[in-house]
Write a protein that binds this ligand. Structure first.
Ligand code: NAP
Ligand code: MG
Length: 406
């Protein structure tokens, strides 16, 4: 079989623990035998981040800006406990994902990978629902205050011009809690641009919901910015037959529950935090959820939504062949290869990515899957729990079969 050629390199961002082990297994079993793989490799494993004073993370983000498409393995975000586990760490390095996100200025889209034999909890959901969460500001960057006596709070903005604006928040006659939060118009606009871009890319309707009847100024501005940005892509939406739909958050929740899925749901930071966990769980499992960071100027970084699966890694180190689900990491690769194929006009690369995705879902539908899925699946044949390696081999057999037919 002739290997598929690539033009532009893919930015390959390696990571930690069990997902790093799976990363190599996926490449060896499912990618390298079929593709003359061209990548620019960045090792974001914790040791390499520590050795380079985290410069490697910045370099990986800049490479993504340069080449346009990256695939990333899950990485450890160090906390106190990790500092004890890795005594050589020079400091508690920042989350690589937030460093990359701040350089690319992107929005994260999370979409479940659906398989026939795993039915979502919501019966009507026939197609995936993609959550687009705004990842800047609001309560995540708020100033909080707890006061104990009667009094009044004011909100003051001091402009650089010297102009000030002051507003009374509330007079209280006893102890109270206060919160002031903000967002920037630039960030809201980037979020809107990324959402419209992604809707066009994936040819899906875009929903956006806030509470602008209550937060007339704050949420009203989100709504207005989205409307302005939509004007720039109205023609594209019409040509593709897709819709932009704004509604109140509570109405959107009710409609989403009755919908058949198949749309992108753009949400403010807090709403997205809450709804993405609900949607992920309702579709089955975090191990079946992909995530892509899309920047407003059209750069893409694909990854699995889950972490490094630490517990499985410790068992792997003790010699156990674990049954860790590699699907989301495989779909990060197929997402990136497909996008690369699309941008470089390489239909064979796109076909390969689709065949690999089908080989994965067919393998699960036939009853062969990792342990996390056996309790969710409703297969006619008894679902068989296999190790990651056995699963990848089964996918490879199906993939070879598909590739020999094209
Ligand atoms: P996690 O790695 O997602 O794992 C949590 C649990 O979910 C696992 O113990 C496992 O449950 C199950 N699970 C997740 N992925 C699975 C898979 N592919 N196959 C089978 N089961 C899977 O989250 P975490 O334990 O909170 O975090 C571990 C590390 O990952 C942390 O250092 C964190 O910083 C990092 N992290 C990185 C990213 C990222 O790079 N994007 C995201 C999140 C977390 P059972 O043990 O019950 O089998
Ligand atoms: Mg959450």
């Amino acid at each position: 079989m002739q290997k598929i050629q690539m033009k532009t390199p893919l930015v390959e961002i390696d990571g930690d623990e069990m997902t790093r082990v799976l990363w190599q297994m996926i490449k060896d079993t499912l990618i390298l035998p079929f593709i003359d793989l061209k990548t620019e490799y960045y090792d974001l494993g914790l040791k390499s981040r520590n050795d380079t004073d985290d410069q490697i993370t910045v370099d990986a983000a800049l490479a993504t800006k340069k080449h346009g498409v990256a695939v990333k393995c899950a990485t450890i975000t160090p906390n106190r406990q990790r500092m004890d586990e890795y005594p050589e760490l020079k400091q508690m390095w920042k989350s690589p994902n937030s460093t990359i996100r701040s350089i690319l200025d992107g929005t994260v889209f999370r979409a479940p990978i659906t398989v026939d034999c795993i039915r979502p909890v919501v019966k009507t959901w026939d197609k995936p629902i993609t959550i687009a969460r705004h990842a800047y500001g609001d309560v995540y960057k708020a100033a909080d205050l707890h006061t104990l006596e009667p009094g009044e709070a004011e909100l003051t903005f001091r402009g650089e011009s010297g102009k000030t604006e002051t507003l009374s928040v509330q007079k209280v006659d006893g102890p109270a809690v206060w919160q002031a939060m903000h967002n920037t118009e630039a960030s809201i606009r980037s979020f809107a641009k990324a959402c419209f871009q992604y809707a066009v890319d994936t040819k899906q309707d875009l929903w956006f919901s806030t509470k602008d009847t209550i937060a007339k100024v704050y949420d009203g501005q989100f709504k207005a910015v989205f409307e302005q940005e939509f004007e720039g892509c109205r023609d594209k939406f019409e040509a593709l037959g897709i819709k932009y739909f704004y509604t109140l958050i509570d109405d959107a929740v009710a409609r989403a529950m009755r919908s058949e899925g198949g749309f992108i749901w753009a949400l403010k930071n807090y709403d997205g935090d809450v709804m993405s966990d609900m949607v992920a769980t309702a579709f089955g499992s975090l191990a079946m959820m992909t995530s892509v960071l899309v920047s407003p100027d059209g750069n893409y970084e694909y990854e699995a939504a889950h972490g490094t699966v630490t517990q499985h890694y410790y068992r792997y180190l003790e010699g156990e062949e674990t049954s860790t689900n590699p699907i989301a990491t495989i779909f990060a690769w197929t997402g990136a290869l497909f996008k690369r194929g699309e941008l470089d006009n390489l239909p064979k690369l796109c076909e390969f990515a689709k065949s690999l995705e089908d080989a994965c879902t067919d393998t699960i539908s036939s009853g062969t899957m990792t342990g996390d899925l056996t309790r969710l699946a409703e297969t006619s044949a008894a679902a068989k729990s296999v190790t990651s390696r056995e699963f990848l081999d089964a996918v490879c057999r199906r993939l070879r079969d598909k590739m020999s037919k094209t």
